[in-house]
Design a protein around this ligand. Structure first.
Ligand code: C5P
Length: 232
């Protein structure tokens, strides 16, 4: 898989999702399905969107004991998605189990990436509540290294961290980066944002774009602008 734009389909139900996607008559965007949609509609929504020809990043961020994660991944494997994820805090053993559960008998599998520290966790909270007495970016890079050691394909991170992650884990190690905004967009709840063009320069492999496309007056045109700026 090469560079691509993944649209975060953060909709509350199937109807809203299909209404949004039916505007795309000429292209089949790579889409991200998160907990909100998956928990409200169940696995059938994934099967349906898959049948429509979309590549799917199933963003369920698994985190449990290794045996449970392995079995859950095998259930997700049957949905035939293109990308799944886990929390790196589940340990290397858990990530290895996830890989095992997600690998077909012939050795093929969807991409598997990890979440290092959630971007909603501040350094202060990580130190005071989670009792991790380190700098946040040191922890993020350490978890990226653990992810690589476990054999996963990459991490979710800010485009601003993509270069450093590649320095630490190698340039083949994937960086999947949310926090994308055009200069004229509202920030919403994102703090450290980057344009698609800048994300490309910084070395992201996939950008995850939600509201700048889903809330745009012309989502198809905005999606095409993302593709042009990021992929071409
Ligand atoms: O609407 P927006 O472009 O901010 O959407 C970004 C998407 O990426 C959302 O689905 C959000 O949950 C997800 N995400 C993120 N930051 C992370 C991990 C995931 O914004 N660190």
């Amino acid at each position: 898989m090469g560079k691509d734009v993944i649209i975060a389909c953060d909709f509350k139900n199937k109807e809203e999702t299909l209404n949004f996607l039916e505007q795309f008559t000429e292209e089949k965007p790579f889409i991200k399905i998160g907990m909100e949609l998956f928990y409200s509609e169940g696995p059938n929504i994934v099967r349906e969107l898959n049948k429509m020809g979309h590549k799917i990043f199933l963003d369920l961020k698994l985190h449990d004991i290794p045996n449970t994660v392995q079995k859950a991944m095998t259930s997700l494997l049957r949905l035939d998605v293109d990308m799944c994820n886990v929390h790196a805090t589940g340990t290397i053993e858990m990530m290895k189990a996830a890989m095992k559960g997600l690998t077909r008998e012939d050795g093929t599998r969807p991409l598997l990436i990890s979440v290092t520290q959630l971007t909603s966790t501040s350094e202060e909270r990580m130190q005071d509540e989670l009792l991790i007495p380190e700098k946040l970016d040191k922890v993020v890079m350490h978890y990226a290294k653990n992810t690589k050691l476990a054999g996963l394909d990459g991490v979710v991170c800010s485009p601003l961290e993509a270069g450093k992650v590649k320095d630490v884990c190698g340039k083949e190690f994937l960086t999947v980066t949310p926090g994308i905004r055009f200069e004229t967009d509202e920030m919403g709840d994102q703090v450290r944002v980057t344009t698609p063009k800048k994300a490309k320069e910084l070395g992201s492999d996939y950008i995850v774009v939600g509201r700048p496309i889903t809330k745009s007056e012309n989502p198809v045109e905005t999606y095409r602008r993302c593709i042009k700026d990021f992929c071409e």
